[in-house]
Design a protein around this ligand. Structure first.
Ligand code: CA
Ligand code: CA
Ligand code: CA
Length: 550
C-alpha cells in the first residue's frame, strides 16, 4: 500500500496561495492512452504555428468530415488524436505528440493503432527522448497498405526516464491526415520474449569486502592490489568511508616498464546508455597524462577503445570521473594504469566505481534531493546560527592554512564543502550550521555525512538534535581532536517522534591548524545499512548519552 501526500508550503508573500484541482489516478502505464477522457493521459501536443495534434472524434461535427471513427469504440463518439496537413506551410513541418516521462524502468512492447489518409508526403516516426533532449528513433511507419486502422508494435525499453514522441512530418500541404489511437504497453517484448533484466549494481564496487564482480588478468604484471592503510600525506584513506579499502596500482614496481595489468568490469549488455563514475587519486607522478585510462573492451577483446584518460589534475585528492557511453555490443570497462618510463611513474588509487543506467549528466539536473546536500550549488537546507554568522563558510579548493583542512571536497574532489576557518576564530569559539525543520522520523533515520578533521590543534565537531519548540540541544555524535588526513564518514542512527532540527557545531581548537570541514550530508529513512563498531557507541541518542565523558 502506498499513500500519495501533496504538501503545499506557502511562501512569505501575504497573498500567496496554492490551489489543486482535478487529480486523476488511473491504473496502467503512464505511456498508455485511449484518448477517451478529457486529460489526454498526460500526453501533450508540442505547439507549432501551423501543424498540431488535435483531439478527433466525439461527434464534434468537424468540418473535415473525412476524419475517421475512432479505434477504441469504432464509433463517432470515440476519440483519437490526429494531425491534418491542411495548415502545413513549410516543407517537412512536424507535429509532435509527447508522452509523459517514464518514471520507473520498463521494457516490453509498445503498441498503437494509426490510420493514414493519402499517405504520400506523410512521414510517421516514433522517437524516444531522454532528459537531456537526446532523440533516438524507435519506429518508422512503412508505406501503409490500407486506409483502415493499422496496428503498430515496437519493442520499447526505458531503463531510465524518457518520453515517447509520436512525430508526423509532411513534405507537402496535400498530405491528408494521420490519426492515432489506443496506445498501450505490455511488459513482454512484442516477439513474446521477456526482457533481459540487468542490474547495474553488478558493475559497481566500493572494494570494502572484495573485488565484487571485477577481475584482473595478471599477464601484464602484478596488477591492482586491494589495500587499507593508515592514511598519511602519501597514502589516502579510501573514498567510501575514509577508513576502508581501495585499489592501488604502483607502476614503479611492474615487470614491464611502466605498465600495469588490467582491471575488468563484468559484462554490460549492449544498446543501453551507461553512466560510469569512479574516484581516483594520483601520487608522485612526474607526468600525469594518461597515467590512468579507461577502455571499452568488446567481449572477445577485438574492439578496444579508449573512452577516458586522466589529464593534469591535482595530486593526492580523490577526484570523481564521469563517463557516459553506449555501445552496440556487450562490453566490459577496463581500468589501466601506465607510465612511459620509470622516472615518470607513481601510484594510482581507485575506489567507488559505480555504473548507472542513463546519462551521467541527467542525474545532475534535478537539484539535491530534499534529504541530501553536496554543497555544490548552495547550503541547501542549512543555515548558519545568527550569532555566529561568520562561522561556517562554503568553499572550493584547499583551505588557506597549510597542514589543516581538506585538499578538495568529498563529492568530486573539485567541488564545494563547508568549513570553519580557524584563523578567523578564537580558541573555543563555536560555529553552528542548522538544518531546516525536519519532520518526525517514523522509525529509524540514518544521517550520513563526511567530516574532515585534520590539523594538530583540531577542536570538536558535535552533532545535536533539537526538537521543535524545545531549547535543549541533545548531543548525538561527537569527535574531538585530529582524526585523519582523509574525509571520514559519519553515521548517526536516530529516531525522533517530533519535528526537529539537526545542528552541526564545530568548536575551534587551540591553534590555527584546526580547520573542520563537512560535506555530502544525507538523511535516509530506516536504520543505517552499515554501522561501524566505533560509531555504534556514539550512535542513537539516549537519555544518558550526554553523560559520556571524553
Ligand atoms: Ca479512442
Ligand atoms: Ca572503498
Ligand atoms: Ca561537495
Amino acid at each position: 500500500m502506498r499513500k500519495i501526500v501533496l504538501e503545499g508550503i506557502l511562501g512569505t508573500e501575504t497573498f500567496a496561495s496554492i490551489a489543486i484541482f482535478e487529480i486523476k489516478i488511473s491504473t496502467g502505464y503512464c505511456i498508455e492512452c485511449d484518448f477517451e477522457e478529457n486529460h489526454l493521459c498526460g500526453f501533450m501536443n508540442r505547439w507549432n504555428p501551423n501543424v498540431n495534434w488535435f483531439v478527433g472524434g466525439g461527434n464534434i461535427g468537424n468540418s473535415q468530415s473525412i476524419l475517421p471513427k475512432d479505434h477504441t469504440f469504432r464509433s463517432e463518439f470515440g476519440h483519437y488524436m490526429y494531425v491534418d496537413s491542411l495548415y502545413v506551410k513549410h516543407f517537412q513541418e512536424v507535429a509532435q505528440l509527447v508522452s509523459p516521462k517514464t518514471l520507473t524502468p520498463m521494457s516490453g512492447c509498445l503498441s498503437f493503432y494509426y490510420q493514414v489518409q493519402q499517405e504520400t508526403g506523410i512521414v510517421f516516426t516514433i522517437y524516444t527522448r531522454d532528459v537531456n533532449g537526446f532523440y533516438e528513433e524507435l519506429w518508422k511507419a512503412d508505406r501503409p497498405t490500407s486506409n483502415d486502422w493499422l496496428l503498430g508494435e515496437v519493442d520499447f525499453s526505458a531503463p531510465y526516464p524518457m518520453e515517447v514522441i509520436f512525430e508526423v512530418a509532411f513534405s507537402s500541404g496535400k498530405g491528408g491526415y494521420l490519426a492515432l489511437d489506443d496506445i498501450s504497453f505490455s511488459p513482454v517484448f512484442c516477439s513474446n520474449q521477456t526482457g533481459t533484466s540487468f542490474n547495474p549494481l553488478q558493475a559497481s564496487c566500493t572494494f570494502e569486502d572484495n573485488f565484487c564482480h571485477f577481475y584482473q588478468d595478471y599477464k601484464d604484471g602484478p596488477g591492482w592490489s586491494r589495500i587499507k592503510v593508515k592514511p598519511n600525506a602519501y597514502r589516502p584513506g579510501d573514498h567510501t568511508t575514509g577508513t576502508g579499502f581501495y585499489l592501488l596500482a604502483n607502476t614503479k614496481f611492474t615487470s614491464q616498464p611502466g605498465y600495469i595489468g588490467r582491471l575488468y568490469s563484468p559484462t554490460l549488455p549492449e544498446n543501453l546508455q551507461y553512466c560510469l563514475r569512479f574516484y581516483y587519486a594520483l601520487f608522485g607522478f612526474f607526468k600525469m597524462r594518461d597515467s590512468l585510462a579507461v577502455y571499452i573492451f568488446e567481449e572477445n577483446h577485438i574492439v578496444q577503445e579508449k573512452i577516458w584518460s586522466v589529464s593534469e589534475t591535482p595530486q593526492r585528492v580523490w577526484t570523481q570521473a564521469e563517463i557516459t557511453f553506449k555501445k552496440p555490443m556487450p562490453c566490459k570497462v577496463v581500468f589501466l594504469s601506465w607510465c612511459r618510463n620509470f622516472w615518470d611513474c607513481g601510484i594510482v588509487a581507485l575506489d567507488d566505481i559505480s555504473v548507472n543506467l542513463g546519462s551521467c549528466h541527467s542525474a545532475d539536473i534535478p537539484p539535491d534531493f530534499p534529504g541530501e546536500c553536496t554543497f555544490e550549488k548552495n547550503e541547501c537546507a542549512f543555515t548558519l546560527h545568527p550569532r555566529n554568522r561568520h562561522g561556517w563558510h562554503r568553499r572550493r579548493s584547499p583551505t588557506p592554512t597549510s597542514y589543516t583542512g581538506p585538499t578538495g571536497d568529498h563529492t568530486t574532489g573539485v567541488g564545494h564543502y563547508m568549513y570553519i576557518e580557524a584563523s578567523n576564530m578564537i580558541y573555543g569559539q563555536k560555529a553552528q550550521l542548522i538544518s531546516r525543520l525536519l519532520r518526525k522520523t517514523f522509525g529509524h533515520q540514518c544521517l550520513t555525512f563526511f567530516y574532515h578533521m585534520y590539523g594538530r590543534g583540531t577542536g570538536l565537531l558535535n552533532v545535536y538534535l533539537k526538537m521543535h519548540g524545545s531549547k535543549k540541544e541533545i548531543l548525538i555524535w561527537r569527535r574531538r581532536g585530529e582524526q585523519s588526513i582523509s574525509w571520514l564518514r559519519g553515521l548517526i542512527e536516530y529516531t525522533c517522534d517530533k519535528s526537529h532540527q539537526i545542528i552541526f557545531e564545530a568548536i575551534r581548537g587551540i591553534s590555527i591548524r584546526s580547520d573542520i570541514a563537512i560535506d555530502d550530508i544525507s538523511f535516509q529513512r530506516g536504520p543505517c545499512k552499515e554501522m561501524e563498531e566505533t560509531i555504534l557507541q556514539s550512535s542513537g541518542y539516549s537519555a544518558d548519552f550526554n553523560e559520556i565523558e571524553y
